[in-house]
Design a protein around this ligand. Sequence first.
Ligand code: HEC
Length: 180
Amino acid sequence: MTGRRTNNSFSAAFTPEAVLVLCFLFVATPKTAIAHKGEKHDLSVSSEKKLSAPDGEWIKIINEDYVGTVKPIFQKSCFDCHSQSPRLPWYYSIPLIHGMLNQDMHEAKQHLDMTNDFPFGGHGRPDEDLKAIRDSIVDKSMPPLSYRLMHREANLSESDRQAIMDWIARSEKIAPKNQK
Ligand code: HEC
């Protein structure tokens, strides 16, 4: 009896219309995200701060700005993979998962190492890192989905994303291009 009722409510919840709507949402969402790549639609630059700096000073200014505004967000959402001595999750002690995570964390740091603040370590120049981070925010590729599913608290909120975009916009005004 109970089993039958469950079946009925299951098919009632998933009418063909509902399935269509779900499919539409699934297909439409990533497309919109990609279409906005590189543009500043909803992530508008709201900073009034105008920065200009003499040679060398720009690193210091960007870093002070970073430590005060963006670092706490990255600590919450990125440091597990993009910095040394992360707070290791409990499942790290499961051997197979340990190996997978090690690989992920090692690779992540080769690309972008946030251990010593800005300028970040890794293979990119500061201006390349800023651009790469902006791309990852715009297309929502970081933190990786598999990680986000296990760490809800690492999800970036809209205000996190806005704070990161604003910091990048301020930084790009003073970061020279093509300089290590
Ligand atoms: C679960 C581990 C993990 C977390 C958490 C994570 N990343 Fe990554 N990230 C990676 C890996 C692995 C790569 C390298 C492979 C790739 O590009 O997918 C990477 C690559 C990147 C790159 C590309 C760097 C380059 O020069 O190509 C950027 C930018 C980036 N991550 C930003 C972030 C930001 C910002 C956060 C937090 C909001 C974050 N990541 C959180 C694992 C992670």
